[in-house]
Design a protein around this ligand. Structure first.
Ligand SMILES: O=P(O)(O)OC[C@H]1O[C@@H](O)[C@H](O)[C@@H](O)[C@@H]1O
Length: 370
């Protein structure tokens, strides 16, 4: 028995205890959906962008980079998920194999380590706390005990998502902990060394032309894409089957209709690099002009337009999902690259339009009166 088998078996015992205890499945499903990395970028990001472009820019890069990193680690770690491991492993004697209940969210098809849901949950929690702290500072509401709320908030958020992930038998506990750790390390590193210096123009980037910095970011994204492609073909050349986990998922998933093509690491890498490219192309220090305290801006109009954009993306998704897989990926890639431009450049400018029109009308009326 390997150490990994023992760790996995310990995880299966925890999952069995949770499943035996029973939870409200609708709440568990909602928690998993709310921490789904694709949903965070697809739905949270546009609405966060309406409120605060700096928060949105931080969220976008942290999520995109973590998507790329976790997918790469998944490829390298080649790790199992509980729902198929219990049925495959020789660890248990035949008559003592535990039975894990499967739900409609169990059949994830990528390899299991780390949990991307956990990374996303930790990222959004920490960023939200950072944003809240800055908001309270701005409102002169310096609350000394804010850290007493913020840290437990992040911790309980992570714990709730971990329980939901374990309950659905998608991950082992250690995979959740590794996912959480990645999120907790990535946010400070990316914010302190990349995002904030660029947006607030301090440190090494402050002496450089924005265009030069942007070119560097684009080249970095291309480099990361090449690393992913290189890893993929290196693996293939040594006889690794990228589809190994997909085959296991189809073999052991009770209802294969629950398997979605967007849950494979390749799709996650494609969307992550597209978001990073969009970030490199469209994020600039100008995003500080559109923050929660910036006036005058019409937030209801912003929310409406964000909904409209989302509807358009849904339609594109609807029509492109019948295309062959390569064209589908290409369409998704192009749409994803444009999203940061739409939500961080176009949308904030539109929010100022009603006030601009009112000011123009007032000036015109004043002139006519004179
Ligand atoms: O590693 P996890 O938490 O199981 O997440 C895997 C995948 O889960 C899917 O539900 C998401 O749509 C993907 O974006 C994600 O890559």
């Amino acid at each position: 028995m390997s150490v990994m088998d023992r760790v996995n078996a310990f995880g299966v015992s925890i999952i069995s205890v949770l499943q035996a205890r029973g939870f409200n499945e609708n709440i568990i499903y909602a928690i998993n959906e709310a921490s789904n990395p694709q949903h965070l970028l697809m739905f949270y990001f546009p609405f966060v962008a309406v409120i605060d472009s700096v928060f949105a820019a931080q969220l976008l890069l942290c999520m995109a980079f973590s998507g790329w990193l976790t997918s790469m680690i998944k490829w390298l770690s080649l790790s199992d998920r509980p729902y198929w491991w219990v049925q495959e492993t020789p660890y248990y004697p035949h008559d003592q194999r535990p039975i894990l209940t499967q739900t409609s969210q169990t059949c994830e098809i990528g390899s299991g380590n780390p949990s991307e849901h956990m990374t996303s949950a930790v990222i959004i929690s920490i960023l939200f706390c950072m944003w809240m702290t800055s908001y309270l500072d701005e409102c002169q509401c310096k609350i000394n005990w804010s850290s007493w709320i913020m840290f437990p908030f992040c911790f309980y958020n992570a714990l709730i998502v971990m329980i939901a992930q374990l309950y659905t038998a998608v991950h082992f506990p250690h995979q959740c902990l590794i996912g959480a750790m990645i999120g907790a390390i990535l946010v400070p590193v990316l914010c302190v060394y990349i995002i904030d210096p660029y947006i607030w123009q301090y440190g090494a980037v402050s002496n450089k032309d924005t265009v030069v910095v942007r070119v560097w970011y684009v080249l970095s994204t291309i480099g990361m894409t090449l690393i992913a492609v290189f890893t993929y073909y290196c693996y293939k050349s040594i006889g690794w089957q990228p589809s190994w986990s997909i085959k296991l998922a189809y073999r052991y998933c009770d209802n294969p209709a629950n398997i979605t093509r967007t849950s494979i690491p390749l799709f996650s890498i494609m969307t992550s690099t597209a978001y990073m490219l969009g970030w490199a192309l469209f994020v600039s220090p100008a995003v500080i002009r559109y923050r929660y305290f910036t006036k005058p801006r019409s937030i209801p109009l912003g929310l409406l337009i964000a909904l409209l954009f989302l509807k358009i993306f849904q339609l594109i998704e609807h029509f492109s999902c019948n295309l062959d897989i390569k064209t589908y990926y290409l369409v998704q890639f192009l749409v994803t690259v444009c999203k940061p431009g739409l939500f961080l450049r176009v949308l904030p400018s539109i929010l100022k339009l009603p006030y601009f029109c009112i000011t123009c009308c007032e000036r015109l009326a004043l002139k006519m009166e004179q």
